[in-house]
Write a protein that binds this ligand. Structure first.
Ligand code: NAD
Length: 335
């Protein structure tokens, strides 16, 4: 099978590419970024890296045409981007998705779209089912532009489904693992990672009681592939995540324990507005109902937080010592 992964040079895309190569497939990863996260795949003759933007429909079309299956993962991701450059977030995430959908539809290709738990916004319900409401803040609060961009893209997916496109949507809940962002930037695990490796205190934003469901990337990739390959997945949205809830404080404590440090003495608390400014609104709990993932995709999360964090910490520790280009610098920021 021939597979196109937009955003294939990113964190999840790189793991998805690896998994499809292991299946014996041929993979094209299309991305605007450098190929650092897939450099271990570049010698594989069935792997091709294409430096192009999903906003460039002409460049994109050549690769959609040759694919049997398209995963659309390219997106502008990261809290810093939502508050600093909402134009780019909206543009790439909505118009880029529209380009991919149009081309997949035109050439009769199957497609899976990478969406996010952020689409549920701050709906206080726990857990969230796929057809639960979206509860969002004002459009004048930039923080909501990412959620809105992904939800608009999902609406486009369903519109194209009506026109006959075989499309499914996966909504990720805090995926982590090796090759997540660079240390010190991006998501909470990589922020903690930098502090952990330098033996500094881990910075807790707020009181640390806010919870997330951290999902190891291998579990997320199995669900994503099932969404791309199983006929019964077409026309569905799936929460893809682990439903075990972890507070940010517990996450920090677990990471410290794995690194062999005494948790109590190595935590520092800061106010949220000092980090993200007064216009950021955090979400207290975010828990997926994963019934559909288990029953239709037949995938269950298998990796415990401790196991996944240990693999992630080991990877970051090794890479930052031996190949720091992948783990350090201020290249990108995520959320
Ligand atoms: N990791 C998570 O926890 C998580 C959670 C929710 C949703 N998602 C979604 O999953 C997808 C993959 O996320 P990720 O965590 O791997 O992030 P990532 O930033 O590592 O991957 C996204 C990739 O898209 C690329 N990209 C950005 N603009 C592009 C453009 N115009 N054309 C082509 N490529 C472009 C980036 O260079 C990057 O490599 C994204 O769509 C994201 O919104 C991820």
């Amino acid at each position: 099978m021939k597979v196109l992964i937009t955003g294939g040079g990113g964190f999840i895309g790189s793991h998805l590419a690896e998994a499809h190569l292991e299946r014996g497939d041929e993979v094209w990863a299309l991305d605007t970024a450098m190929n650092l996260k897939v450099r271990h795949l570049l010698t594989n003759p069935r792997f091709h890296y294409v430096k192009a933007s999903v906003l460039d429909a002409e460049a994109l079309e050549a690769f959609v045409i040759r694919a049997d299956l398209v995963y659309h993962h390219a997106a502008v991701v990261g809290v810093e981007h939502y508050v600093d450059d909402p134009f780019n977030v909206l543009n790439v995430n909505i118009l880029g998705t529209l380009n991919v959908l149009r081309l997949a539809h035109r050439h009769g290709k199957r497609m899976t779209f990478a969406s996010t738990s952020e689409v549920y916004g701050r709906n206080p319900k726990v857990p969230w089912k796929e057809d639960d409401d979206r509860v969002l803040g004002a459009t004048t609060t930039d923080r909501w532009c990412y959620s809105t961009s992904k939800a608009a893209a999902e609406h486009y997916c369903w519109a194209f489904r009506r026109m006959g496109l075989d499309v499914s949507v996966v909504r990720y809940f805090n995926i982590y693992g090796p090759r997540l962002d660079k240390i010190d930037v991006g998501r909470v695990i990589t922020i903690f990672m930098g502090q952990l490796l330098r033996e500094e205190p881990l910075t807790i934003i707020g009181d640390g009681s806010q919870t997330r469901c951290f999902t190891f990337v291998e579990d997320a990739v199995r669900a994503t592939m099932a969404a791309g390959l199983k006929p019964e997945a077409v026309g569905h949205a799936f929460n893809v995540g682990d439903d075990r809830e972890t507070s940010i404080l517990d996450l920090a404590t677990t990471m410290l324990k794995i690194a062999g440090r005494e948790p109590g003495a190595h935590l520092k608390y800061v106010k949220q507005e000092e980090v993200y400014g007064p216009r950021y609104e955090d979400i207290q709990r975010r828990v997926p109902d994963i019934t559909k993932m288990k029953t239709i995709l037949k995938v269950r999360p298998q990796t415990s937080l401790e196991e996944g964090l240990r693999a992630t910490i080991d990877w970051f520790r090794y890479e930052s010592e031996h190949r720091p280009s992948l783990t350090t610098s201020s290249m990108e920021a995520k959320g």
